[in-house]
Design a protein. Sequence first.
Length: 299
Amino acid sequence: MTDTHTTKRPLALLGLGDMGTVLARTWLAADHPLTVWNRTAAKAEALAPEGARVAATPAEAVASAGLIVLCLLDDSTVGSVLEGLDLTGKDVVNLTTGTPAEGRARAAWAAERGARFVDAGIMGTPAMVGAPDGGAYVLYSGSLPLFEEHRATLEVPAAARFVGEDAGHAALYDVALLSAMYGLFGGISHAFALIEGEDVAPKELAPLLSEWLGAMGFFVGSTAERLTSRDFTSGVVSNLAMQVAASGTLLRTAADQGVSPELISPYLDLMRERLEADPAAHGGEDTAGALTLLHRRSR
């Protein structure tokens, strides 16, 4: 029989919260030699019966392998945990949630210490990681040679998607996707709030809501095309003027139902602002043109 354990590269994992623990168990189940460290030692020691080597310190964990995976609380924790450690020749994969600026700064920090670096964003919950057909994937950006060399290992817990050699791009994609998710959650929450107190069961609305949101998925692709071409007027089906006029019905209904419009009013206000700036120029546009105001507001 072949001993697969010895044919796979060792790695060290620092950070054993809910996500770190499931990552560790997935690598151990796949017979990857794994050293673990956690500030609360009991979490690391719990993995010893499953085959993990427990490091007493971050330095011991880093010295144990060429591939160092971080799944810590935040970027400042990454800095404090690795402070003063010898990273020369190491490959550092940062699964800690952060901002694009933090990813870029941490990549430069790692390079100064002789390490290759990729930043990452995990798109999934712990329950999705390591599960067959769980749907989780991880976005990676930074050193392409590092990613290609370790891709097989990184894909054990979840699918791996490389999104560019700019180390900030994984976090940028991550936050963009999560921001869209929370916007979606806001709309769903508003919809369910409208029916509370009525003779409409949430389970009656739910399948219609899922079907409708699925049908509206085309907006993702059409918005990307319009932002690329900067053409907001060709092939418009529901123009900005019509949608602004119709938005009054949404707001009046919310008022009648005693529901705050705070989850949907920011987008409606943005459409109205775009229209009022120049009704003749913008009235026939697709609503995607309204988002051009967001960059102006942030300056």
